[in-house]
Design a protein around this ligand. Sequence first.
Ligand code: TMP
Ligand code: ASP
Length: 242
Amino acid sequence: MTKGAQLYEGKAKKVFETDDPELLIVSYKDDATAFNGLKKGTIEGKGVINNRMSNALMKLLERKGIPTHLVEELSDRDTLVKRVSIVPLEVIIRNIAAGSFSKRYGVVEGLEFRSPTIEFSYKNDALGDPLINEYHIVAIGLADQSEIYTIKKMAFAINEELKAFWASCGVILVDFKLEFGRLPDGSIVLADEISPDTCRLWDSKTKEKLDKDRFRRDLGGVEDAYREIMKRLEEHIAEAKK
Ligand code: TMP
Ligand code: ASP
């Protein structure tokens, strides 16, 4: 499959057309941003890690019956995916208080929730991705009620699978962001990526941060954290396939 015209360039990925109108190539960059693009930088080797990690996790989810956009990894940075129309929502699942949740509600980072939570943000850079509730989503036509039902069911099922997988790697899945897309037949699939850019991943024993918070918060050791989390995944992904 060859790369055609560039359709879109996002903060961390580029998207290209292919000969097949139903397929696209996603190309992962090393560029990193935070705070809606205000902070910019490069994380050497991130594109390769995020590409491989996202594909490995999506394959794991496919095996558990969760449909994704993944077709085939083409190279270190490039992956063939189904063309979807992205539902303009960031779907955030949390198991432990951190980040904007801790800030908004004055809850100490690290508080373990009694049950996982979900929240939605409206994917709109000009507005700074504001929080949005289900009534508002339906009211302005971002998704209908049955799509929201499907997305919530899939997001919590993904949480259970990923929590268990990361636990086997000695890693706590604190929270993560998902995006979903519609296939031409209207069905909903998991899209975008699952990577240290989009998840909070803490070492189970030391609670050391092994994700993009090292970049967001200037903690140092960013590249090392990405390499370490990838190493953990690679050591355990073979086990998860059994
Ligand atoms: P938050 O605590 O800053 O709201 O982030 C929740 C999770 O979502 C965290 O794992 C990081 C991820 N995330 C993204 O993937 N993209 C974003 O733009 C933001 C703000 C967070
Ligand atoms: N998506 C955020 C940004 O706009 C990055 C983040 O905090 O993950 O820059």
